[in-house]
Design a protein around this ligand. Structure first.
Ligand SMILES: Cc1cc2nc3c(=O)[nH]c(=O)nc-3n(C[C@H](O)[C@H](O)[C@H](O)COP(=O)(O)O)c2cc1C
Length: 180
């Protein structure tokens, strides 16, 4: 069962959760993958609701979103096992099924290809309407030095030499997955 929502009614819950880690899920060529994100922006542009995610260039997720131009964001409501976001934020899905490893229960999406999850029930389905590799020359120097250490390889799950691609996702559906 899914309860459709106005995503802005949950802006507070979403804003509080993002910094702790939520899931960004993508699907292309029959492969589904999820990764933890700690950055994300909910707002409006082009007169439609937009959720923007920031994905470093070297992430496997980047490849899948570039191919499909779609994603879902999954946000916990209430208690959940933080080992899920821990695992999905420190392992790449290039050579493993993280969804199975993290014990996530996938739920069929409504419009995009990537699923939501029972364990993080607030689900936002998005279609990418704009993407941009952030301009390294336009980032504040203190932030640039902190978040983009050029001596750290792209494979590092934390800060590394790769800059972020901002994917602006037009919100095409938002709902809560209800298990009872
Ligand atoms: C709490 C937390 C937040 C994170 N936030 C982001 C983020 O916003 N953008 C990003 O590119 N990587 C972020 N990461 C790192 C990715 O989740 C991690 O590199 C992951 O292994 C990438 O998976 P993939 O290679 O399957 O795409 C975060 C990791 C953690 C633990």
């Amino acid at each position: 069962m899914k309860k459709e929502i106005n995503v802005f009614d949950y802006a507070k819950e979403i804003a509080k959760s993002i910094g702790k880690g939520v899931l960004l899920t993508s699907k292309a060529d029959g492969k589904v993958n999820t990764m933890t994100i700690g950055w994300g922006t909910l707002g409006i542009e082009w007169a439609v609701p937009i959720f923007t995610v920031y994905v470093r260039e070297g992430r496997y997720t980047r490849e899948l979103i570039d191919k499909s131009m779609e994603f879902t964001v999954s946000i916990p409501l209430g208690d959940y096992d933080s080992k899920i976001t821990g695992y999905c934020g420190t392992h790449t899905g290039r050579n493993q099924n993280k969804i199975a490893k993290a014990g996530l229960t996938a739920v069929e999406p409504e419009i995009v290809g990537a699923p939501g999850f029972k364990e993080l029930p607030l689900t936002i389905e998005c279609k990418v309407v704009y993407k941009e590799l952030q301009n390294k020359n336009a980032i504040d120097k203190t932030l640039n030095d902190k978040f983009y250490p050029q001596d750290v390889d792209s494979s590092a799950s934390g800060s590394n030499r790769d800059y972020h691609v901002a994917y602006y996702g037009k919100i095409v559906k938002a709902y809560i997955i209800e298990t009872k």
